[in-house]
Write a protein that binds this ligand. Structure first.
Ligand code: GRG
Length: 288
């Protein structure tokens, strides 16, 4: 059920991207934008569409914020891969944007994807002016200087600082770096409906941390061909991660516990929450 739904939503998001890019001139920056958004699991877009369904909002409305969050995610990966950040040559099993094109194109494609995300959530199809303003403002907070960008900045400064990060430091860093956007994705459906996002906030807080622990485990145990990018980089860099702080066994136990917490938060949705529950289990079982 979850797998087929993820596939269906992913295809719908791809159609949306195809329409959007077909209206833009074909130049290297727009080609790079299309390349960077074509692939990946589309988990954040899935969270938007499923969260919306729980609140009675259909996919033709939810597709706009779903596509928007995938734009922000793709931009973050393009910039994260740059030589001045993580300096990665491979992403999703393909050359990264600055390798396939060049650094200037990668920076501009990331910038343009970020701008496109805000264009998409403010389209009239999304809802009333109030709903659109809420989505724009919450997406700006989740992705900006108190969200994903802060997390990335904390991560970069940890690499150059002498101070070893504690469990609390890592938790805060990851809540910002990957958790904030996951939380926005999971709560966007409630925002679209003008409903209370509390249950989905609890769900996504636990899910975001479980996702990051799984990512740290993949960096240690993952198969490079399945993960689609370099593995073992955290250990080589002597980076503090959930795995280095907790050990593999405890990290796996904690990830399972978080998935249970995430599922528990969906109680009020009953059977309707089943796809999201399965998504939470998938997050810690994934191989990429
Ligand atoms: C450059 C401002 C700026 C931020 C970058 C999210 C991020 C911040 C960097 C990504 C680094 C990274 C690999 C973090 C681990 C968690 C993560 C976001 C993994 C990739 O997400 P998936 O697994 O990717 O959902 P796919 O390819 O499926 O879309």
């Amino acid at each position: 059920m979850f797998k087929s739904q993820l596939k269906a939503i992913s295809s719908r998001i791809q159609r949306q991207f195809d329409d959007i890019f077909s209206e833009l001139d074909v130049v290297s920056v727009t080609q790079a934008m299309a390349y960077a958004t074509n692939g990946g699991k589309r988990l954040r877009g899935f969270l938007v569409v499923e969260g919306a369904r729980l609140h009675g909002i259909n996919i033709e409305t939810a597709i706009w914020p779903a596509t928007a969050v995938e734009c922000i995610h793709a931009y973050s990966l393009i910039h994260d891969d740059l030589p001045s950040m993580d300096n990665d040559d491979m992403r999703r099993g393909q050359p990264t944007i600055h390798v396939k094109w060049d650094e200037a194109t990668a920076i501009l494609a990331g910038d343009a994807l970020q701008a496109l995300a805000f264009d998409l959530v403010s389209r009239h199809e999304v809802g009333s002016g109030e709903i659109r303003a809420n989505l724009v403002s919450s997406l700006a907070k989740a992705s900006g200087a108190d969200g994903m960008v802060l997390g990335q900045a904390l991560d970069i400064s940890a690499e150059t600082s002498q101070k070893k990060l504690t469990f609390e430091d890592i938790t805060l860093l990851q809540q910002k770096k990957t958790g904030a956007l996951i939380q926005w994705a999971a709560t966007a459906g409630a925002r679209l409906a003008g409903s209370d996002p509390t249950a989905l906030t609890k769900f996504s807080n636990a899910l975001g941390l479980a996702f990051q622990i799984a990512d740290d485990i993949l960096d240690v145990e993952g198969d490079i061909d399945l993960v689609g990018k370099a593995v073992g980089k955290d250990g080589e860099a002597g980076k503090a991660t959930f795995v280095s702080l907790l050990g593999l066994k405890e990290a796996k136990r904690r990830a399972k516990e978080l998935v249970n917490e995430a599922c528990e938060a969906l109680k009020e949705y009953g059977e309707k929450g089943e796809n999201l529950r399965q998504a939470a289990h998938f997050v810690i079982q994934r191989e990429s």
